[in-house]
Ligand binder design. Structure first.
Ligand SMILES: N[C@@H](CCC(=O)N[C@@H](CS)C(=O)NCC(=O)O)C(=O)O
Length: 255
């Protein structure tokens, strides 16, 4: 019997579908993506911001098909095939795009200290924000949900205090912004189901979130809400069987 997560809507919709349609021609870089996936959206935003030619291929990572496991043995999207060689892991891919396409606009600040600061925040996002957000979605006990909401809000408040504005490092939209953008775009889920509010975090966070969600590359990689809720519903009921959902349930680090 297949796991419930296998049954996802098969393709991007809305603005994201228009972007997919523009990227069907064969290229040196094949982007294996799932329209619904926030990690995919990170790398997708980077590709769009940098204007890298890529071919978009939709994958249902829950099916764990042999052709895809040959590209990413972890069976997770996003992944890329670049001139026949396979790579994966969203933030690693973003760094790879910098190295493989040095003449495109950089997503990293020029100053070496700022570059290191960017990596520190990427690490914080992975280690603090992500687990708090996942627990907030999956945990069913209202008291625990409140705890995780506070944990998440506290992180976002600190993050917003470090933002120069309009984006993390000022005028240039970059790596830290694209690393958190997919969760800003999807925060209506925790707003509608877990009592989250941008304004409750801080006025700075609210303004920052509004700036990020207006970014063209963010809009152009976002699908309609209806099919997204279908997927999040499984997290909200703690029924999701994804690698991340299982890790949270079992107290392990998110893969
Ligand atoms: N750490 C990975 C996470 C990627 C990830 O979890 N992708 C999900 C979709 S959003 C996936 O492919 N899940 C398949 C599964 O859990 O079996 C990254 O940053 O690329």
């Amino acid at each position: 019997m297949s796991i419930p997560d296998v049954h996802i809507f098969p393709h991007a919709t809305g603005a994201a579908a228009t972007t997919v349609a523009k990227h069907q021609e064969p290229q040196d870089l094949i982007f294996y993506a799932g329209w619904f996936c926030p990690y995919v959206q990170r790398a997708w935003i980077a590709l769009e911001e940098k204007g890298i030619p890529y071919q978009y291929k939709e994958v249902n990572p829950y099916k764990k098909e042999a052709h895809f496991l040959a590209i990413n043995p972890k069976g997770l999207v996003p992944a890329v095939e670049y001139k026949g060689r396979a790579l994966y892991e969203s933030l690693v891919l973003c760094e790879f795009f910098e190295d493989a396409y040095p003449s495109t606009k950089s997503m990293f600040p020029a100053d070496p200290v700022d570059r290191a600061v960017a990596r520190i925040w990427l690490d914080h996002i992975s280690k603090t924000f992500m687990p708090a957000h996942h627990k907030l979605l999956q945990v069913q006990d209202p008291a625990k949900q409140k705890e995780h909401l506070q944990e998440m809000n506290e992180f976002l408040r600190k993050f917003a205090a470090a933002v120069k504005g309009p984006y993390f490092f000022g005028e240039e939209f970059g790596i830290v912004d694209l690393a958190i953008a997919p969760w800003i775009i999807r925060d209506w889920v925790v707003q509608e189901h877990r009592g989250y509010s941008r304004a409750d975090v801080s006025p700075e966070w609210k303004t920052y979130a509004e700036n990020v969600e207006k970014r063209e590359s963010v809009i152009n990689t976002t699908s309609l809400r209806e099919h997204t809720l279908e997927i999040y519903g499984r997290y909200l009921r703690d029924e999701a069987q994804s690698a991340a959902a299982r890790a949270i349930r079992e107290g392990r680090v998110i893969p």
